[in-house]
Design a protein around this ligand. Structure first.
Ligand SMILES: Cc1cc2nc3c(=O)[nH]c(=O)nc-3n(C[C@H](O)[C@H](O)[C@H](O)COP(=O)(O)OP(=O)(O)OC[C@H]3O[C@@H](n4cnc5c(N)ncnc54)[C@H](O)[C@@H]3O)c2cc1C
Length: 390
């Protein structure tokens, strides 16, 4: 039974149609050109897909997190870069959604919900990825402004975003308690995108270095209070990581579907390879991995839509991201194997899917970090188990 209402189901059908007719034909070109696909952004704008990420009060559809995740999954079945456009819009907007003041929300969210503006999230630096409390970018208060100095590395949507959620130290001596969050607009004097990184996969998504050299940002652009930035950064990631999980699951299901179609018709030793038990076993494992991953992902979506928060969300988010991305890497590797030599050449999409899958184990917190998060939450829980008195 579908967990969606009739209205949500209709939206998902529209997403499926657009995916089949408009996005699938562009996927290989986007990968080969390494160019940001503005035509896909335009498609999302025309059909209101950015609005799926936002509440009605902020200019969105108010149709919930589960449908937004299903949309990213559906699109990522054919093009991981196009799925990522929605996931990064969510990542870059969540700070405003979660802790923005009414004025900040009114100023930024409607333009993000329509897709007129794209968003980015800038936490990582050259010397601090997993160890995000070690960031060195500083924000010094000067009258009604903050002056930002430092560099950010590996930032998705660099150069295409109009709005960046940026984390900087207002108290460099204070560790994670000294971090503050800001919304910084593209075009702010002293802020530039220094370069874009060539990469293994998600080739159409920009990943770049941001440089702040005396960039002045008004106090009105501070998110929350001074010193709350680390907590805000982590709250955002709790909510955004399932976007990566949805992207990963989409890649995995897309690769499974490709492998199945191929195995039905490719014949060796007088029969379709799907009839060889070693290939049939691979297909079964791929499908089972996707189904299990979907269970974790949709559980997270349903939790958010039911108003859950706190530790329950942290653990569900980390488990979904961890499992969906590990499944994506394993499944896409097997899909290449099922296609044999044809899996390794660019005529078929599975080699691209394998390259695209890898980053889902790395960004928005590596899977090693996700395992630490899940274990930490397990240790914090007070569980009643048959083993309590052991
Ligand atoms: C394509 C791409 C897009 C990205 N987009 C963004 C973005 O939009 N915004 C943003 O802020 N960042 C972004 N990132 C950065 C990404 O989140 C980091 O690369 C990631 O968190 C890992 O940080 P790192 O690269 O510094 O690796 P490191 O932290 O140096 O880790 C190196 C290795 O050590 C492991 N490791 C580190 N610490 C521990 C530990 N305590 N226990 C066990 N293992 C550990 C890691 O898991 C990893 O395997 C992006 C990265 C990529 C590649």
């Amino acid at each position: 039974m579908s967990p969606l209402t009739d209205e949500q189901q209709e939206i998902l059908e529209l997403v499926r149609l657009l995916t089949r007719e408009k996005i699938k034909p562009r996927a290989a070109e986007i990968d080969a050109s390494h160019e940001f696909p503005w035509d896909i952004v335009e498609l999302y704008r025309e059909h209101g897909l950015f609005g799926l990420l936002f509440d009605e009060a902020d200019g969105g559809t108010g149709t919930g997190t589960l449908l937004a995740l299903m949309t990213i999954e559906e699109i990522s079945k054919v093009c991981a870069t196009s799925g990522l456009i929605l996931a990064v819009q969510e990542l870059g907007s969540l700070g405003l959604k979660l802790v923005g003041s009414e004025q900040q929300k009114a100023r930024f969210l409607p333009k993000l919900a329509s897709g007129e503006w794209l968003a980015a999230y800038a936490l990582t630096e050259a010397g601090s990825g997993s160890d995000s409390a070690a960031i060195r970018t500083t924000a010094r208060r000067d009258g009604d402004d903050y002056v930002i100095d430092g560099d950010k590395r590996f930032i998705s949507n660099a150069g295409v975003a109009s709005v960046y959620t940026v984390f900087a130290k207002t108290d460099p001596a204070a560790g994670h308690g000294g971090i503050t969050a800001f919304v910084i607009e593209a075009g702010t004097p002293g802020f530039e995108v220094a370069r874009l990184e060539p990469k293994m996969g998600i080739a159409g998504s920009t990943t770049g270095e941001l440089v702040f050299d005396g960039a002045r940002v008004p106090v009105a652009n501070r998110l929350g209070e001074e010193g709350e930035g680390f907590k805000i950064a982590m709250r955002i990631l709790d909510r955004s990581r399932p976007g990566v999980a949805a992207q990963a699951l989409g890649i995995a299901q897309g690769a499974t579907d490709c492998a199945l179609e191929y195995a039905r018709t490719r014949e060796t030793m007088g029969q379709p390879i799907a009839q060889h038990q070693l290939i049939a076993g691979k297909l079964a494992d791929m499908e089972t991995g996707c189904a299990a991953a979907r269970g974790l992902l949709y559980h997270f979506g349903a939790l958010v839509d039911s108003g859950a928060g706190g530790a329950e969300l942290t653990k569900a988010s980390a488990m979904a991201k961890l499992f969906c991305s590990d499944v994506a890497m394993a499944v896409t590797t097997e899909a290449v194997q099922v296609l044999g030599g044809y899996g390794y050449i660019t005529e078929y999409p599975v080699e691209r899917m394998m390259r695209d899958a890898k980053v889902t184990q790395i960004y928005e917190g590596t899977n090693e970090i996700q395992r630490l998060v899940v274990a930490r939450e397990m240790l914090r829980e007070t569980r009643v188990t048959p083993w309590a008195a052991m």
